[in-house]
Design a protein around this ligand. Structure first.
Ligand code: NGQ
Ligand code: ZN
Length: 489
């Protein structure tokens, strides 16, 4: 079906709730948002409808090792010891396993309310593949999984070249991730040719540890600068008739391509104290400081983690318009530390959320822990809401929608955006007597029963009554793949 209409009793928009909103969806895109009573023949009539959440940071293969790194080792367990476990796991994964794991993960994401994912993909070579073999094969497994499940994808092939700030060669286990700049640019071109409304391509530098300055320049110099005003420009969500919703940056619904506008650039940065110390020792500056001193960081950028930053760095990120890519459940799981959220929001910073290592796959849990981390260190409540009367849930959902769309290179909610929606289960006891004033806070902070009932991604109903359309077949393939992985010597 290429055209359909759905009716929302209450539609959450960046500027607040719209009552009696009729959404016309054509070819996977929101063609119009109108006001009006529901009428017969509408594909769906729902009480509470929210725009679906983009997940701006994912390493899909890590889904299958969730829970397998939680036993204490002999030394001092840390991010760096977890990384060794992760490398050993990654070493077993070939294209078939990657496709099966990513499909399971993406189906889970859709059921949880994520409608788009940025895949930060660095497993370029198959386990038996030497560097130099076709690195697109593993990327294609990701594209196939996204297409099969219906989730929107921004594929971020990752440039990974060195094992540390000092430029040391990759370790044995990192070799599968490595590409020369030339091979990387070829891979980007191959993948860019696959772009479609549901599949975008951006670029990723693994970290300052893994990409030398000269290589960063070579890759980034090939991109045209951001058109002036981009990211700061305001567009509108057009609602026919009186009520209008303004104040949302406008992006082209066209796929982005290299050298054109707004190609997203993602990088892991300042996640661990050890990383900050190494950067200071070798480059004489902290990672965020160094990046801003050497490159024009703007709204195309997504800085992932940035848990180890000082007040001056907070202000620089906020002012640049870059997105802080926050992954609270993974950052907690890995012992990374806490992003200084209150200061960042006060400085006008943009943020989005990612599930990263997928020890949790839920925008509810990411946003809840984003707020709870701040409550625990500040010993205050309702920290993310910065003004009296503001709802924490609405502030978080709105902020993460906006930054998530920006980091994904997709049009944010409004006419011309992809039709990505979540219908909440208004019949759940958890939403008893909730209205627009309390429903988002209850969605994020009331218990653990999933409240996402139906999900539309790119105009397709992919989840109905809480179940992905292919849940069973995808799970069966996933089980078989994980069995194989765990049985490997
Ligand atoms: C990753 N994950 O690339 O999967 C990283 C670990 C690294 C997180 N940083 C490896 N959460 O940073 O070197
Ligand atoms: Zn990551």
């Amino acid at each position: 079906m290429s055209a359909q209409t759905l009716h929302a009793g209450h539609l959450f928009t960046p500027r607040g709730w719209l009552r009696d909103a009729r959404l016309r969806v054509e070819h996977g895109v929101v063609a119009a948002i109108e006001e009006g009573e529901p009428h017969a023949g509408e594909a769906l009539s729902a009480k509470f409808v929210l725009p679906g959440m983009p997940n701006l940071h994912s390493h899909a293969f890590q889904r299958a090792m969730a829970g397998l790194a939680e036993r204490r080792g002999h030394g001092d367990d840390s991010f760096w010891s977890w990384r060794e476990t992760m490398y050993a796991f990654a070493a077993r994964i070939g294209p078939d396993e990657l496709r099966a794991i990513a499909a399971q993960l993406y189906a889970e994401m859709l059921e949880a309310g994520y409608t788009h994912v940025c895949e930060f993909h660095y497993l370029h070579h198959a386990p038996d593949g030497r560097p130099g073999a076709n690195p697109a094969e593993m990327s294609l497994a990701i594209v196939e999984a996204a297409r099969e499940t219906g989730i929107g994808l921004t594929l971020l092939p990752v440039l990974y070249m060195t094992g540390g700030f000092d430029g040391r060669p990759l370790s044995e286990r990192q070799r599968r991730f490595g590409l020369s700049v030339d091979a990387y640019l070829r891979l980007l071109d191959t993948l860019s040719a696959l772009e479609s409304p549901g599949v975008r391509v951006g670029l990723a530098l693994h970290s300052l540890r893994a990409v030398p300055e000269a290589a960063m320049r070579e890759v980034l110099d090939g991109l045209s600068p951001l058109p002036s005003g981009e990211g700061a420009r305001k567009g509108r969500v057009r609602v026919q008739s009186k009520r209008e919703v303004a104040g949302w940056p406008e992006r082209s619904p066209q796929p982005l391509s290299r050298g054109e506008r707004g190609f997203p650039i993602h990088i892991h940065i300042a996640e661990q104290i050890g990383e900050v110390q190494d950067c200071l020792a070798v480059r004489g500056a902290r990672p965020v400081q160094w990046l801003f001193d050497h490159f024009d960081v703007d709204a195309r950028w997504c800085l992932v983690h940035a848990t180890q930053i000082e007040p001056g760095e907070v202000r620089r990120i906020a002012k640049s318009g870059a997105v802080a890519g926050l992954c609270p459940t993974t950052e907690a799981n890995l012992g990374d530390g806490l992003f200084p959220l209150a200061a960042y929001l006060d400085a006008g910073g943009t943020l989005g959320i990612g599930s990263d290592s997928h020890i949790s796959v839920s925008p509810v849990e990411e946003l809840r822990w984003l707020e709870y981390g701040q409550r625990l260190i500040t010993r205050h409540r309702n920290v993310t809401a910065r003004a009296p009367g503001e709802s924490v849930g609405e502030t978080l959902w709105r902020a993460a929608l906006r930054g998530g769309a920006q980091a994904s290179g997709i049009t944010p909610f409004g006419e011309g955006a992809g039709a990505d929606f979540i219908v909440l289960d208004a019949a759940s006891p958890l939403l008893a007597a909730r209205d627009v004033g309390s429903v988002l806070d209850s969605f994020l902070f009331a218990g653990n029963t999933p409240l996402v009932r139906d999900v539309m991604a790119d105009g397709q109903w992919v989840v109905r009554d809480g179940r992905h359309r292919d849940r069973d077949a995808i799970a069966a393939r996933y089980r078989a793949a994980v069995q194989r992985l765990v049985a490997m010597p």
